[in-house]
Design a protein around this ligand. Structure first.
Ligand code: NCD
Ligand code: ZN
Length: 364
């Protein structure tokens, strides 16, 4: 499906010119592009909005070597929509056996932009993740030395910990000690979902940053059970109480430079979502920028939108800001419910809704 086919302009009575907002081209600092047919199906939506993406390495098998990352990057470039200049920034999936030299080699070669720390078993395809973060010290020390960021999925993996408390428990038991042990390490706390994690990021400003997804700004944990069980709103970390959603909206719209876009767009086939055991992941990528800008407008914070979308992340990673612009138009557009993937499909976050903002022109 083409990007324009996903969105239908809603006709309005007057031929009024839609107000627009033009910003520097943004980046997505947390994206699951997948592989094969899924990559082909979902990639155009990310490429239509974002100039660069931090590509998550949780494929099967995971991307743990420089060679595997190079090959994956090549497959992504091959799948790039015509005319797209999207840059894939690759990440290394850390395991118990990751070698510091492999990390440094890939970073110096310009293959790795960062490394991803999944606690073993924390989420989709995380079973090869790290079983003991303490044992990762030599890798983290090397990353600290070479200035390579570690991107952390911050959830406790002890099955006895209540699922809604897993982020909080991880932050107390693992993240704070990690930040204490590695004072020079750049850490991205991925997909922040609680008010307390927002505060943790703020307390470590400069060396810690946080990404926040579009869906965690829109839904709370009750949304997952609204009128019945809604599998397409189930992701990890799972959405929390309303007070947390409000705190996340405050964090992103406050103008705080420690927060930036990370959509965590995580498409799964409908059959994997609606089966007996629903996979974790929300396909938020197709409506991400429209959702973020809507949140900023609702919070009266449009002047802070460009920094969140297009500046804070690049500054944290030490990368240049993008050239060129994208324009968002304040005109209603209806989103199709699904994107086809071969014979199957993926359900779009906010699919079927009428969104107040539409994507406009990309320049440069
Ligand atoms: C992600 C996926 O499907 O790859 N799922 C999710 O719920 N976010 C993995 C992850 O980032 O946790
Ligand atoms: Zn993710």
């Amino acid at each position: 499906m083409s990007v324009s086919a996903l969105f239908d302009t809603v006709p309005r009575e007057a031929a009024a010119v839609a107000p627009t907002l033009t910003i520097r081209r943004p980046d997505d600092w947390h994206v699951h592009l997948r592989d094969g047919a899924m990559l082909k199906a979902v990639f155009p939506f990310t490429a239509a909005q974002f100039r660069r993406g931090i590509i998550m390495p949780n494929l099967v098998p995971p991307v743990t070597s420089v060679d595997a990352a190079r090959a994956y990057r090549e497959r992504i470039l091959q799948a790039r929509p015509d005319g797209s200049d999207f840059t894939a920034l690759m990440t290394c999936y850390l395991t118990d056996t990751t070698a510091p030299d492999e990390i440094e080699h890939g970073f110096k070669e310009g293959v790795w932009a960062a490394a991803k720390l999944y606690p073993a078993g924390a989420t989709t395809n995380a079973h090869h993740g790290v079983t003991d973060i303490l044992k990762l010290a030599p890798v983290l020390e090397r990353m600290e030395k070479i200035g390579m960021p570690v991107l952390v999925h911050g959830e406790a993996t002890d099955p006895a910990v209540d699922i809604f408390d897993r982020e909080a428990v991880f932050m107390e038991q693992e993240m704070l000690p990690l930040l204490k042990r590695h004072q020079g390490l750049k850490v991205v706390v991925e997909h922040v979902t609680t008010a307390e994690t927002v505060e943790l990021v703020r307390a470590h400003a400069g060396r810690a940053a946080g990404t926040i997804t579009p869906h965690h700004l829109i839904i709370n944990r009750t949304s997952i059970f609204q009128g019945g069980l809604r599998p397409h709103l189930y992701c990890l970390p799972v959405a929390k109480r309303e007070r947390h959603r409000i705190a996340l909206r405050e964090a992103v719209t406050s103008g705080d430079g420690n927060f930036f876009i990370g959509t965590d767009t995580a498409p799964h086939l409908r059959s994997a979502k609606q089966g007996e055991c629903c996979s974790a992941g929300v396909f938020g990528g197709a409506t991400a920028l429209q959702t973020y800008v809507q949140v900023f407008e609702e919070e009266g914070a449009l002047p802070h939108f460009e920094a969140f979308a297009s500046e804070n992340g690049a500054r944290f990673y030490g990368l240049p800001l993008n050239e060129g612009t994208i324009t968002l138009e304040k005109r209603p557009c209806r989103v199709a419910a699904v994107v086809a993937v071969g014979e199957e499909d993926v359900v779009v976050f906010r699919g079927g809704e009428e969104l107040p903002w539409a994507l406009g022109e990309v320049r440069g």
